[in-house]
Write a protein that binds this ligand. Structure first.
Ligand SMILES: Cc1ncc(C[n+]2csc(CCOP(=O)(O)OP(=O)(O)O)c2C)c(N)n1
Length: 375
């Protein structure tokens, strides 16, 4: 018996080769035509700053200042490119390593580290920048994203034709998360309700120590097709292509055209988290092959060959990156744990007799220690 052809040859959108050469693409070129050299330098700076944040936070965890950190090393193009394609009124549901997305949305990245230092349950106000808190439960948030998107439909802010008003949602998830039941339920609801949501899967090849071959026998992008959702596979280390593909998908969402499933093919160049040692399960040769496709080098080569990277720009950017690292260090050192009794504060939105009783007991217990007990 012959094996059925399981690969419908979904093409991978690429506008910049790993060497930084521009590739023509009739469908996506119009999506990037308005990006001038300033805009591309901004993309470049955002990727460099995100990476500097990443190195600094990793160092702080190694110094014992953070309990854990989730690096985004290698995934900067997927995050910066997609985030720049969002409108202010769009809402983002990140997983737990979308530092680049948060940076583009205007968050102070030190807010991310409050949770990793254990001084806050979240770190920021989701309403302020249109970014939900990180969700460490793998694959839980795509359902929330679809629910939010269906809410936008009911609020009448989808497909009105007013670009200032029409809104959409983007949910970031990993290759491993696509195997979760919740994610598949989210895809069902999004598909049948034409929800204005983009599932942006960063296929970074690994779910901790499980390779993507353990998640699917066919390209991940095909999952979208099975739910009747338009699907695109994009070179996730190509910031221009990630921008173009997301711009098209978000426009479809906002205009009432329904969901899109994007598979951004990228690579997690560092550890899964600071608690992980990837040397135990993957080959150095594999990492080296992906290092040659580094998203930051790629855009730099393109800008250099176009004569659009003046030396002063790179020197200034180095200074900005070092200033960011200092800011991150200072902010983390200055974070103090809240009073222990604050753990009772957010259990319910309104007062609750049982929680009040538990708080009172705990406060008395603390007071029973000569030094006031643990903070
Ligand atoms: C429901 C659930 N199961 C298991 C875990 C443990 N866990 C944390 S991250 C992870 C792998 C996720 O891989 P992927 O979705 O590919 O995202 P990546 O971490 O590579 O960005 C697992 C299994 C968890 N946090 N939540």
């Amino acid at each position: 018996m012959t094996q059925p052809d399981l690969d419908p040859a979904i093409e991978t959108v690429q506008l910049l080769t790993p060497e930084g050469t521009r590739v023509a693409d009739t469908r996506y070129d119009p999506r990037v035509a308005h990006l001038d050299a300033d805009a591309l330098r901004r993309f470049y700076a955002d990727m460099v700053l995100t990476r500097r944040f990443d190195t600094e936070a990793t160092a702080l965890q190694r110094q014992g200042e953070l309990g854990l950190f989730t690096p985004s090393l290698g995934q900067e193009a997927a995050q910066i490119g997609s985030a720049h394609a969002l409108a202010p009124q769009d809402f983002v549901f990140p997983a737990y390593r979308e530092h680049g997305v948060l940076h583009v949305r205007g968050l102070d990245l030190t807010d991310v580290l409050k949770q990793f230092r254990g001084v806050d349950h979240g770190g920021w106000d989701p309403a302020e920048h249109g970014v939900h808190l990180f969700t460490l439960v793998v694959g839980a948030h795509p359902l929330h994203a679809v629910g939010y998107a269906m809410g936008l439909q009911r609020d009448g802010v989808v497909g009105t034709g007013d670009p200032q008003r029409d809104a959409g949602v983007i949910a970031y998830l990993g290759d491993g998360a696509t195997s979760q039941g919740d994610v598949n339920e989210a895809l069902v609801f999004a598909g049948v309700s034409d929800a204005p949501v983009v599932f942006f899967v960063q296929n970074n090849q690994w779910a901790i120590s499980v390779p993507v071959s353990g998640q699917s026998k066919v390209p991940l992008a095909q999952r979208g097709l099975g739910f009747g959702i338009p699907t695109v596979r994009v070179d996730g280390n190509d910031v221009l292509a990630c921008y173009a593909v997301t711009a098209e998908a978000m426009e479809r969402a906002r205009s009432g055209g329904g969901p899109t499933f994007v598979e951004a093919v990228t690579y997690r160049m560092g550890a899964h988290t600071t608690s992980d040692d990837p040397l135990r399960y993957r080959d150095e040769a594999e990492v080296a092959a992906w290092r040659a496709k580094d998203p930051i080098d790629r855009l730099r080569h393109y800008l250099e060959s176009a004569g659009e990277l003046p030396a002063g720009f790179l020197a200034d950017l180095d200074e900005r990156a070092e200033a960011l690292a200092r800011h991150v260090r200072d902010a983390v050192h200055a974070m103090v744990p809240p009073p222990a009794a604050s753990m009772f504060d957010h259990v319910y939105a309104t007062p609750h007799a049982l929680v009040d009783a538990e708080r009172a007991w705990f406060t008395d217990y603390q007071a029973s220690f000569e030094d006031g007990g643990v903070r």
